[in-house]
Ligand binder design. Structure first.
Ligand code: GYE
Length: 324
């Protein structure tokens, strides 16, 4: 059985009050062909998941703002439109172009071993961002930056347990097989799993969240609480709930993850009840990690972000301070 690196790290860090980490195994790669050892910019190929959510847009902006020429990088950024085959193609292009470092946020956890082996064979250091992979390779990548999604799911479950102990829960899942879907679901399930009456995926988008919720309102008319794996799906669902003549926030309570500005506004308006933060702004930490792996250094576990939670006591000032 392949081993989930995220699960191992998640377990190891469970007792530490931070959720971000950058983990690194021994650097097997060294530098790629172009630019290594010279004083030119570090060439980086980055394959992003897509542009499916407010979180993703903020993440892309953060990465592009940090991996600039002024900071010593030459970035080639490719959007995979939430398709694994597009990512695999982009990764192969990066190998062919002889990038110094490759980075990507894998849309789903499985199915990467072949292309990861090709990156290893090319001796190009690899950094994963945001989402982890399940791999049977030894040292499949040299660095990782991302959040503890299981902890986010647990935080959502803890709020429900305390504030809506009798809730009949419907769960809107993110992209099936993605690390945040798998881990948020399992963290939540461990706390209030017996109360979940139905699940469907909204693929992390507002439009698919709305469609899935329209169907769920028909199939599960007795639901009293929605757990959505991100704000965007929660916002789409909110439209479906209102259209069905129910009041979001009271008839159907809503708990989400991300804490983008639109989600926090819905919380302030008492349409959402609880939001668990997932921080997309890690471009600067990624720049540091890329420099390290490019230099052949192995990186140890480090904190990258502190995440929090929000309830309806949120203030306008907090929303105004949110940049994304
Ligand atoms: O929560 C969601 C996005 O992988 C953490 O992906 C990310 C998730 C985020 O589509 O909004």
């Amino acid at each position: 059985m392949p081993i989930s690196r995220r699960s191992i790290l998640g377990a190891a860090l469970a007792a530490i009050p931070v959720v971000g980490l950058a983990a690194c195994s021994s650097n097997s790669g060294g530098s790629g062909s172009s630019g290594s050892g010279g004083s030119g910019p570090i060439t980086v190929g980055f394959s992003q998941v897509g542009a499916e959510s407010g979180w993703r847009t903020a993440n892309t902006e953060s990465i592009k703002a940090s991996l600039t020429e002024a900071n010593g990088f030459k970035l080639t950024f490719v959007d995979a439109q939430q398709k694994q085959e597009n990512q695999i193609k982009a990764l192969r292009d990066f190998i062919a172009q002889g990038m110094d470092v490759i980075a990507f946020s894998p849309v789903i956890q499985t199915g990467w071993d072949q292309v990861l082996q090709e990156i290893k064979d090319a001796k190009i250091p690899l950094v994963l961002t945001d989402r982890a992979v399940t791999s049977s390779l030894s040292d499949p990548y040299q660095g990782f930056i991302g959040s503890d999604f299981k902890k986010e799911g647990t935080a959502a479950g803890d709020w429900v347990k305390k504030n809506a102990p009798d809730a009949k829960i419907f769960e809107l899942q993110g992209t099936m097989g993605s690390a945040p879907q798998v881990d948020r679901q399992s963290g939540f399930e461990a706390v209030v799993g017996s109360q979940v009456i139905g699940r469907a995926s909204g693929n992390f988008t507002r439009a698919e969240g709305k469609t899935a919720m329209e169907a769920a309102l028909q199939s599960y008319p007795d639901m009293t609480l929605l757990f959505a794996h991100n704000d965007d799906m929660g916002l789409g669902a909110l439209e479906a709930i209102t259209a069905a003549g129910k009041t979001p926030g009271t008839d159907i309570k809503i708990v989400t993850v991300d804490a983008v500005k639109d989600g926090l506004k819905a919380l302030y308006d008492k349409k959402f009840n609880y939001v668990v933060e997932c921080n997309p702004v890690f471009g600067d930490q990624l720049a540091d990690l890329i420099k390290k792996v490019h230099a052949g250094q192995s990186s140890t576990t480090q904190t990258i972000v502190t995440e929090t939670t929000f309830d309806q006591s949120i203030t306008q000032a907090t929303i105004d301070a949110r940049k994304y």
